[in-house]
Design a protein around this ligand. Sequence first.
Ligand code: GTP
Ligand code: MG
Length: 553
Amino acid sequence: PDRYQHSQGVGRLPQPILLWNRKASHTLRKGSEDKTPKKRFSEVQEERREQAQRTVLIHCPHKVSEKKFLKYLSQHGAINNHFFYESLGLFAVVEFARKESVGSLQSGTLMPHEAAIPFRSRFLSLKLKNAGGQPSEPPSVRASQQLPPSSQRLLERLCRAESVGDQLDTLLQELQLTEENVRLRYLTCSLIEDVAAAYFPDCTVRPFGSSVNTFGKLGCDLDMFLDLDEIGKRSTPKTVGNFLLEFQVKNVPSERIATQKILSVIGECLDHFGPGCVGVQKILNARCPLVRFSHQASGFQCDLTANNRIALKSSELLYLYGALDSRVRALVFSVRCWARAHSLTSSIPGAWITNFSLTMMVIFFLQRRSPPILPTLESLKALASAEDKCVIEGNNCTFVRDLNKIQPSRNTEPLELLLKEFFEYFGNFAFNKNSINIRQGREQNKPDSSPLHIQNPFETSLNISRNVSQSQLQKFVDLARESAWLLQQDGEGGPAPAPRQPWGLAALLLPSVRDSRSLSKKQNRRPASERVKSLLESIKEHNPDSPTATDGK
Ligand code: GTP
Ligand code: MG
């Protein structure tokens, strides 16, 4: 499959390196905007990377005593942070204050003998010498949640919100990556880097995509790429007189073949020696070759690519857009969730629209507001300084990286209005003739006949949604119109919704008229009130002791 063409200890973390302000953005908008200087993408990446290198992952027996466990580990040095989570078993993520502690811990760790391929990784198992011991001690460990809440719980929360804007914020708070989950993502990359370093010492494995671009939802895949560029930068060639030394390297016919060969050996390596890496698949003929595997201990589905600097740059661009205005992420999360609820997106590659394309559509829409909520990529390029200059494989990827140099928008439109207008805008967009282009921030004539054309921001001759079929686009348009209409009804203050009836965003996430028609043509469609009633019944069944949300709207 071609990845791009189908594309598709809790609470004990004192000083998190926050990617974004976790407090409801809603609250911020009401009062003063957040004035704290925002970190550059590269700063966040470096801090997280360094933190991950001081961290270990430990599989623990369920009856472990947290206190004794920490005491045992702290003989190797001070522990900054830790948390537990459940995946296939109980795991602890332990961050030491100093990197040396990890070395000390590894020196005191036993290498199992039977049929084990020796590998001194940072993924360990805790054994209790006296398994039957500590019977009187109840399990003291609280596990942090790494998966999104159930749709029942989510709908219930949404129904209890005060307004549609509040619902968008609630959705964001419920689904966004938590501090612990972000740590686990960087740690997983760091553990994979240790395996890859067996072949390529000094390589770097960097996360990209929704794990780092601020649009990641709990449970999303972990995209990572193997960066070998740093290896070349480690030496400063010295020319003395007539002499210069160069490394002997093996030449291959093209960069693509080099990437395939590199990924092929790393794939083998992960498959044979990577602790906890299972289901390794090499998908080397895709436009962007990759190795896909599941990292069992973290529970992440991982996609490892190589030579993928442009994708990292687009993650940086999205990070910047996500950080510029607190409404961006709330809107993107809702649109992505809406698309998923109506099967507009899928985890299976095909003619579906992708989350990446949806994010571009939201950014484009926000550039089109008056006054604009987001600047165009061209204007971000105009703000760039000499150090921001970046050319990758002949593509100019330059834009300003210091968020604090960008003027905040004067637009004050509420989220509720923006969501409705988003659906209206794309419900009426001339997809047949126009292309979406965040570089210019305006519609342009489509250069080809693909149903949906969204210009790749950096490789401008490419269409990121080339895979989308006419029928999928039509489904998107129909659902957008229907959703705009539903929100319009809400806004007109028609009959107040009966208590506990899904309304606003919650109603948009329910199966639509269209969906139920396509589900069963023969079956007579039940009236909306009935559908809503049965949904509520199921919510009640699943949450027998949840408070009733009579404060609906
Ligand atoms: P999720 O659906 O949450 O995984 O979102 P994602 O943004 O991580 O998307 P995905 O895992 O499909 O792709 C990871 C990254 O690869 C994206 O963030 C983009 O930077 C890049 N990418 C994905 N699709 C395309 C594409 O069609 N063209 C290009 N140039 N880059 C893409
Ligand atoms: Mg992804």
